[in-house]
Design a protein around this ligand. Structure first.
Ligand SMILES: Cc1cc2nc3c(=O)[nH]c(=O)nc-3n(C[C@H](O)[C@H](O)[C@H](O)COP(=O)(O)OP(=O)(O)OC[C@H]3O[C@@H](n4cnc5c(N)ncnc54)[C@H](O)[C@@H]3O)c2cc1C
Ligand code: SF4
Length: 559
């Protein structure tokens, strides 16, 4: 990995305007917007500063060993249980909270699906009523209030797409035309249209044409889970962060793992304490702190920052820090088609079906979602053999029949991924494991999570619909993966929810923590409801909006 020149370096004793924790989807946006607004910003990121030349197609290293997501050498274990009655177990392999530790965060390895929420997502509780056993709530803001920032995110980040028949109202079209359709998209369109559904091009944060000095996608096929070697995936690594650094007012400090946010006698946050790559302890002073470490690490850090003044953790007067964890439900259908499909090329998803987005009380359970068509494991032959190849209609893992199955399946397979709502359940949460610690002495993250029964019902409902689509498209064979409570979440949402009432939320409508005026929280944890999947555009729209308000507060001396 090449050493990165940070441009500007701040002294730790400099009381910078903002310390931002996390350089991912939200942190990158906040860093750019606040440094462009004239403020001095230090971004503390636990991962290294990888760039395009550090990314590879090494399936073993990246996918199986989890180079960016869960490499054992980090020794930062997580534990998981389904209920508080169970003892949480340490997890080897894919961690319960799955995200990339790298400058740019999970926006570096994400698949780029970039959906807006719809107006209904922000006020569904008022429209549908309460749901027993959940904290199903309206947002304090509306779609209309967020719309300008959705547009801003799409244009500033670089998104390819075309409006679909059910899209929420938009003030501007997409900056780039949709990506070329893949075989999976053609087949999804064919099956869906036969059933009278309305397939549409998938909006993706990936360039279909050159944009702002970056080249278009080279269709390499190693997209989900991988960093882009062409800089065509619109991660914050190649969009927001270089522009933040170009201001000369923003330092990205990689390999800096924050373990505590300290407060002073006045009850305000005063510095961020972190460990460098050699385990040496440092503290960066700041006038205000913005926590953007994602929906799992943000609550962990707030809980780790307890003190005699804040015995339950920072900003936790409501007791809700870490609670109402949501992940979006996911269920999977597989099919083989007669012809070779070459699905190993290009990005994951080019067509989606959003006909089942809205909840329908006639179904007997709450939920909504979308269906997309994709190869499921990129163009990765190894992952295909390890997962789909042996788990399909021939559940084999060895021998000639298995090899034949993998050889045939690799180029005849299409997956449909169904992404759904997740209800906010208070007992689904992030807490600190009482026993296990990481190698830096921090308490391990403990996830308690079991999908609500309605979420599981919705996942099955969409599987039925997907099966109809695959059959109508002419699949020669189709099967589905069992719907079970999800052992890991790639969408980490809701754990510091936004709201007007300090008793039922952690941050206000401007992402300021209810209790500490110079502590802001803005990332996946701010979401009040889960949407129907693909939360990153909403996370980034919220970050653009938050940055505008935070800059105004700072200018007016209101922090
Ligand atoms: C394989 C995969 C595919 C995905 N595909 C999609 C998709 O197609 N569409 C979609 O919308 N979403 C997708 N997602 C989810 C998406 O990536 C996340 O929702 C989004 O990146 C979350 O943004 P965030 O800002 O909340 O956190 P992140 O992007 O996770 O950023 C948090 C950053 O904080 C850093 N950090 C954490 N703790 C500390 C600490 N203590 N000290 C210093 N730094 C810290 C992390 O290293 C990270 O860089 C995918 C996720 C995965 C895993
Ligand atoms: S498929 Fe395109 S966007 Fe994705 S990693 Fe390859 S070149 Fe980049």
């Amino acid at each position: 990995m090449t050493d990165h020149d940070p441009g500007v370096r701040f002294n730790e004793r400099d009381n910078v305007d903002f310390a931002i924790i996390g350089s991912g989807a939200a942190g990158g946006v906040l860093a750019r917007e606040l440094s462009r607004a004239g403020f001095h910003v230090v971004v503390l990121e636990q991962g290294p500063y990888r760039t395009a030349s550090d990314f590879s197609h090494d399936e073993l290293r990246v996918f199986v060993q989890g180079e960016m997501t869960h490499h054992p050498s980090w020794n930062d274990p997580q534990t998981h249980r389904q209920s508080s009655r169970d003892k949480a177990q340490a997890v080897n392999g894919i961690p319960p909270a799955l995200y990339s530790r790298t400058v740019g965060g999970a926006s570096v390895h994400f698949s780029g699906n970039y959906w807006r929420m719809r107006p209904i997502d922000f006020k569904e509780r008022s429209l549908l009523g309460s749901i027993a056993g959940t904290g199903f709530s309206d947002w304090p803001i509306s779609y209309e209030e967020l719309e300008p920032y959705y547009t801003k995110a799409e244009w500033e980040i670089g998104v390819s797409g075309a409006p679909g028949p059910f899209d929420a109202p938009r003030s501007k079209g997409y900056p780039l035309p949709p990506m070329p359709i893949k075989s999976s998209g053609v087949l999804l369109e064919k099956g869906a249209r036969k059933l009278g559904l309305n397939p549409q091009p998938a909006p993706v944060a990936i360039l279909s044409k050159p944009y702002r000095g970056r080249p278009p996608c080279g269709h390499c096929g190693f997209c989900m889970g991988f960093g882009c070697e062409m800089n065509a995936k619109s991660s914050t690594l190649v969009t927001m962060l270089p522009e933040a650094e170009a201001t000369g007012r923003c330092e990205i400090r990689p390999l800096s793992t924050v373990f505590r946010i300290a407060t002073n006698k006045a009850g305000r946050v005063s510095e961020v304490q972190y460990l460098d790559k050699d385990g040496q302890q440092h503290a960066q002073k700041a006038k205000a702190v913005i926590l953007a470490a994602n929906g799992a690490e943000t609550p962990r850090l707030l809980l780790m920052s307890e003190s005699s003044a804040n015995p339950d953790g920072l900003a936790n007067g409501s007791g809700l820090v870490g609670k109402y964890l949501m992940g979006n439900g996911h269920s999977v259908n597989h099919a083989y088609f007669e012809h070779e499909l070459n699905e190993w090329k290009s990005i994951q998803v080019t067509r989606i079906v959003l006909d089942f987005y809205e909840a329908d009380t006639g179904r007997g359970f709450y939920g909504g979602g979308g269906i997309d068509a994709r190869p499921l494991v990129n163009g990765s032959p190894l992952m295909h053999a390890l997962t789909i190849g042996g788990g399909g209609p021939m559940p084999l893992r060895w021998g000639k029949a298995f090899k034949d199955e993998v050889l045939y399946g690799f180029n005849h397979h299409v997956g449909l991924l169904n992404s759904t709502t997740s209800l906010p359940v208070e007992s689904n949460n992030i807490t600190l494991d009482p026993e296990l610690k990481d190698d830096q002495g921090r308490p391990a993250m403990r996830m308690t999570y079991r999908d609500h029964d309605d979420d599981l019902a919705m996942m099955k409902f969409l599987q039925d619909k997907s099966e109809e689509i695959l059959s109508a498209a002419g699949a020669v064979k189709y099967w589905r993966e069992p719907v079970e409570p999800q052992p890991f979440l790639a969408h980490l949402l809701g754990t510091c929810r936004m709201g007007d009432d300090p008793a039922t939320s952690v941050v206000d409508r401007f992402h300021r923590s209810h209790e500490i005026p110079n502590l802001f929280i803005c990332d996946g944890s701010s979401l009040v409801s889960s949407g129907r999947g693909q939360p990153t555009l909403t996370i980034q729209a919220l970050a653009f909006r938050a940055a505008e308000h935070i800059a105004r507060f700072a200018r007016n001396g209101e922090i």
